[in-house]
Design a protein around this ligand. Structure first.
Ligand code: ADE
Ligand code: ZN
Length: 324
């Protein structure tokens, strides 16, 4: 199994359904009908997915819950050969954007991650993420939480949620604040929005990576621009197919974007929601496009170059990639 780098992973979205059910039972919380008859997450479309995601997240109520979640997620990462991951974490869900509470949640996640890494498990870093449909005011509070906790674990700032809510420019203050605090920047765009949503995120938020970005393929001038700028796409093919952005693996543009010189990487987004793992993403890409070990190694080097961690961590991870 190849060692893998994963750059786009929502911490709550990676929660195994059994983990959420267990926590709901312990706390006697009724999360509603968010599971199907097999116990998997159940949703109709992307917007319903966001609601189910938030319902599942409602059982995560203490720093200790997030420590347990971090361990559970890293266990799944390790099972797919992931050696380094960056995960989206949101002060919205961790203490309601209160800086004191956020510090406690962060401490719990960071400590859990450090324990896993010390035992030879994957290294984890956090990207503080505002939620677009919660609006620009809450995003500002989120950015302030991020700016207050820049350091070893928190390396980046981003935006997720409903891409059709508001415009990137509404969030420019938050991204400026995060940049000034020394955070690296990424934004979800070009998943539900078309090519202009990617142009807007690049221009108004000044991001160096785009979450998804796959709908750039609808505008080849933009594809050339992404290639020239060296913008890295955090592509999540299994997520796109599960949510119906593309009908099937062969129709996914990742291989075409790669051929046209765009820096693509591969991640799972919210793996249990989309019935996927990093191992499965690689298998399906191999089947659809005959990508081989050489191609996957190239992909992982691109991902490591684009990672938001410090140079020493990168050098360590590079050795692991080379040794395999
Ligand atoms: N939050 C969790 N997963 C997401 C996705 N794929 N797009 C936007 N927001 C998300
Ligand atoms: Zn995402």
């Amino acid at each position: 199994m190849l060692p893998k780098i994963e750059l786009h992973l929502h911490l709550e979205g990676a929660a195994p359904p059994a983990f959420i059910r267990g926590l709901a039972k312990e706390k006697s919380i009724d999360v509603g009908g968010i599971f199907d008859e097999r116990g998997n997450y159940s949703y109709r479309d992307f917007w319903h997915f966001l609601k189910v995601y938030e319902a599942a997240t409602s059982v995560l109520q203490t720093p200790q819950d997030y420590a347990r979640l971090t361990r559970a997620v890293l266990e799944d990462c390790a099972a797919s050969g992931v050696v380094y991951a960056e995960t989206f974490v949101s002060p919205d869900f961790c203490g309601g954007r209160d800086i004191g509470a956020w510090r406690e949640y962060l401490h719990a996640m960071q400590e859990a991650a450090a324990q896993v890494a010390a035992q030879g498990g994957p290294e984890l870093r956090g990207i503080v993420t505002c939620i677009r449909h919660f609006g620009p005011d809450k995003a500002r509070e989120t950015a302030l939480c991020a700016a207050e906790t820049v350091g070893g674990f928190i390396t980046g700032f981003g935006i997720a949620g409903d891409e059709k809510a508001g415009k990137p420019v509404d969030f420019a203050w938050s991204f400026d604040c995060a940049r000034e605090a020394g955070l690296r920047l990424t934004a979800h765009a070009g998943e539900w929005g078309g090519p202009d949503s990617i142009r807007d995120a690049l221009r108004d938020l000044g991001v160096e990576r785009i979450g998804h970005g796959v709908r750039a393929i609808e505008d080849l001038a933009l594809v050339d621009e992404l290639a020239e700028r060296g913008t890295v796409l955090e592509v999540c093919p299994g997520s796109n197919i599960a949510l119906g952005v593309f009908p099937d693996w062969r129709a996914h543009p990742i291989a075409e974007l790669d051929r046209r010189g765009v820096k693509v990487t591969v991640s799972t987004d919210d793996p249990p929601f989309f019935h996927t793992t990093m191992e499965r993403e690689y298998q399906m890409l191999h089947r659809a496009f005959e990508w081989d070990d050489g191609q996957f190694r190239r992909l992982n080097r691109t991902a490591l170059d684009a990672a938001f961690c410090d140079a020493d961590t990168k050098a360590r991870i590079a050795k692991t990639l080379e040794a395999a």
